[in-house]
Design a protein. Sequence first.
Length: 287
Amino acid sequence: MKLRSMLFVPGDSERKFAKGSAAGADALILDLEDAVAPSMKDAARAHVSGLLDGGEARSWRFFVRANPFDTGMTFDDMAAVVKPGLDGLLIPKADGADDLLRIGQELDRLESRAGMAQGTVKLAVVATETARAMFNLGSYAPPPPRLVAITWGAEDLAAAIGATDNKEPDGSWTFPYQVARAQCLFAATAAEVLPLDTLYADFRDPEGLERDCRRARRDGFVGRIAIHPDQVAVINRAFSPTPEQIAEAQAIVNAFAAAPDAGTIGIGGKMYDIPHLKAARRTLAGA
């Protein structure tokens, strides 16, 4: 599943859904959690359920962010939206893999009720939003059934630990959130699922977003969360290999294919070994 860009859309806004649908994101996340006021939760749930009933062909994956367990609304959200057309759920404030196993058991029941094949609905998880979660990131390897992506969040974690801010004066993350970001990347890689970077809050700063995406891709992330349609094109471009990168990766793969017993290969005066081959295959997979 390609998830370079996952765009949040409030679950109670038809106008924002229409705009988000045309943004070119790999996935939309119809949000029933933070983007929806408590008084609008029922309306948002009904709206998202109705969108799934439309049956239109889509160029993007349909994800829903349910409310977390401590609200008592998680399973009601799932009961409303698990139906044909739903591709996945984004699970917020998870404490570890055990929470996903609970979600998976309920999905088994709801998919059966809806006449869907078992395992149709995939899971992505925001894995760093509680203090307990930070100690359980290793629980995602091996991955729970259905898990396809792990991302991280800073705002809820800051609230959980009582931080007054999570950014340095220059806009960089303070140390606790650098740890959360890195641990998300390691957890996803260990689980062999997609590591997705968190949102970039200033949607009026495309240059800053692009620089940050380039850093994220350099570090190993393969996509990120978007909070505004204008961010999607920048994110997609940053997390897509360039023609030059594709050509180089193909040359490395071809060279090793021509010499299957070689541990190192020389191409154009440069030496490449097995880690380069693995990286080249990842580049081609993302092309």
